[in-house]
Every structure is written in C-alpha cells, then in structure tokens.
Design a protein around this ligand. Structure first.
Ligand SMILES: [Cu+2]
Length: 76
C-alpha cells in the first residue's frame, strides 16, 4: 500500500538542500522514496499510510531547518 504526499517547502536554495531533505525523509520508517526540488519548493514523498504520514514529514522537514507552507496534498 502506498500514497504520495506533496508538501510545499521554503528555505531550500540548492541541490544540496534537496539531497539533505530527501535523505532525512527517507530515513523515516514507512517512507519508500522522497524527492525535493529547490526550484519549485516541492517535496514529494511516497509512503505507507499505515505507518507514517504528512505530519511526520512536516516535522522532519522543520527539524532539518526548512519551513512547510500550506496544506500537504495526498494522492493515491
Ligand atoms: Cu542548499
């Protein structure tokens, strides 16, 4: 079972930020894949909704030093 969450993130300035965030999110249990784009400010996470979800991703992103803006979208 998997879903994809899209979050709007502020504070990423380069590909280093993308990688750092991607790795940080991928470490969370239940995350299959995480990609970040500093140009669009979008972070996409494919995850198992029985294990984790957007609140955990937002918390992780803030801990990494970035800001989450707006609502995250979840699609199957
Ligand atoms: Cu950077």
């Amino acid at each position: 079972m998997n879903e994809t969450a899209t979050l709007k993130v502020e504070g990423m300035t380069c590909t280093g930020c993308e990688q750092r965030l991607g790795v940080a999110l991928h470490r969370l249990e239940g995350v299959y894949e995480a990609t970040a784009n500093h140009r669009t400010g979008q972070v996409r996470v494919r995850f198992d909704p029985t294990v984790t979800g957007p609140e955990a991703f937002a918390e992780r992103i803030v801990t990494a030093g970035y800001q989450v803006t707006g609502q995250s979208e979840v699609s199957p």
